[in-house]
Design a protein around this ligand. Structure first.
Ligand SMILES: Cc1ncc(COP(=O)(O)O)c(C=O)c1O
Length: 432
């Protein structure tokens, strides 16, 4: 995620230790980690319950394969824990992976196979949203909606088509009202389905709140509109919850935040709080039953990873979900997320370079910086880097996504630590 030449001329910050929500670099400088590792360290860095569960499992059974024919106790326990966590979302089966990209790849493959088993093998295409991020495997990159993750790796998977993002600050309809923009995208979805033919489309994948694309929060009606259109046309709805799962939005899943039940979910990150690389693709009964009740002999899922259902990862999942629930992380995410969002809105009264602020739904906040507010000219990279460094020196690590500042701190963060982020940002913007 960077140019090799740049890395040679600008050494990365070396993070050598962490405690609570703070990270410390090689020079001994400590800051609040407003990035949460990479939208993942939901429990903060000091959760001993998860660390001990990982250590113990290494001694009981450090590895065994979960390909057909074998499993392990930790994986069985983890699958029940994940299933229970997402029961309200209608998820009933769990397919473990090693991360988010793997989970997306799994969902896309299962979607195609589901339609084949149902006798509709022509349903192979995928629709998604511009500005969406679904990882870096070829399938995920093909449904990705950001040019920079695609262009150098083309040609990508054929049969992938993109709808406009629910991004009120910039969109092809010049529509600033989120509810109307949701209607416009729904109309574009219908139009694309009519053009492609519903019987060629396997699935529609979306993030409930777009993360890496700049924290783009849709209107509350948006995901429900997409659900209704998918249902009417026999298209599976995949909710990519790699960031939004496990409490980040202020609810246990992004889909639940919008009152929608998807057909499949893709998860990772918060499933272990980043302590061990694990992901999971979840499916509901509608999809599971087509596989489980198959009589054609074609329901073998010839897909899986060496580290799928890894016992150590599974032990991390069980401990992490127990801690996530015990600490009721979603409630703190909602309260601290509102504090961060409102605080950034206050900063915008002082700093003219703030063009758009997105968030207010849990601990995901995006700030789009511009050099000219009227023309909405994206801020240049040199200034972005200057702001980033000044913010870091003033006490908060934030993340740059082009000319956006992206924030997703641990869900355990305190009120005082959010204030530290806000004052560091104030110093950062003043340095622009
Ligand atoms: C929504 C979403 N999907 C998929 C991925 C890919 O996950 P990973 O980096 O674990 O492969 C990410 C990563 O940030 C993501 O945000």
């Amino acid at each position: 995620m960077g140019a090799p030449g740049d890395l040679q001329s600008h050494a990365p910050k070396i993070i050598k230790s962490a405690e609570g929500v703070n990270i410390t670099d090689l020079e001994g400088h400590s800051t609040v980690d407003a990035v949460g590792g990479l939208w993942c360290v939901n429990l903060g860095y000091s959760n001993d319950v998860v660390k001990e569960a990982i250590a113990k499992q290494l001694y009981d059974l450090p590895y065994y394969s979960a390909f057909a024919g074998t499993s392990n106790p930790a994986a069985i326990e983890a699958s029940y824990a994940v299933r229970e966590f997402f029961e309200a979302d209608g998820m009933t089966r769990v397919f473990f992976t090693s991360g988010g990209s793997d989970s997306v790849e799994t969902a896309l493959r299962l979607a195609r196979q589901y339609h084949r088993l149902r006798g509709e093998p022509t349903r192979t295409k995928f629709l998604s949203l511009k500005k969406g991020y679904h990882g870096t495997h070829f399938g995920g990159a093909s449904v990705n909606g950001n040019n920079r993750f695609r262009i150098n790796y083309e040609p990508l998977l054929p049969g992938c088509f993109h709808l406009p993002s629910p991004y009120t600050y910039r969109n092809p309809f010049h529509e600033t009202d989120p509810a109307q923009l949701a209607q416009n995208i729904a109309a574009a979805f219908e139009d694309e389905i009519a053009f492609q033919g519903a019987n060629t489309i396997a699935a529609f994948i979306m993030e409930p709140i777009q993360g890496a694309g700049g924290v783009i929060v849709p209107d509350a009606s948006f995901m429900g509109l997409m659900r209704e259109i998918c249902d009417r046309h026999g298209i599976l709805l995949i909710s990519d919850e790699v960031i939004t799962g496990f409490g980040r939005t202020g609810d246990w899943s992004g889909a639940r935040h919008w009152g929608v039940q998807p057909d499949m979910m893709t998860t990772a990150k918060g499933i272990t709080s980043g302590y061990f690389p694990v992901g999971a693709c979840l499916v509901g009964d509608k999809v599971a039953e087509v596989f489980e009740k198959d009589e054609s002999g074609e329901a073998g899922i010839f897909h899986g990873y060496t580290y799928s259902a890894h016992p150590v990862g599974s032990a991390a999942v069980v401990a992490c979900l127990a801690e996530t629930t015990r600490l009721d992380l979603k409630t703190n995410a909602a309260a601290r997320g509102t504090q961060l969002y409102e605080g950034v809105k206050k900063l915008a009264e002082k700093h003219d370079i703030i063009g758009d602020i997105r968030g207010g739904h849990g601990l995901m906040t995006g700030i789009e910086l511009v050099s000219d507010k009227v023309a909405k000219t994206p801020m240049d990279m040199a200034t972005m880097k200057k702001i980033h460094e000044a913010t870091y020196q003033a006490g908060a690590m934030v993340r740059l996504g082009m000319h956006n500042i992206l924030m997703s701190p641990p869900l355990t963060i305190s009120e005082a630590e959010v204030d530290t982020i806000l004052s560091a940002l104030d110093a950062g913007f003043s340095a622009a």
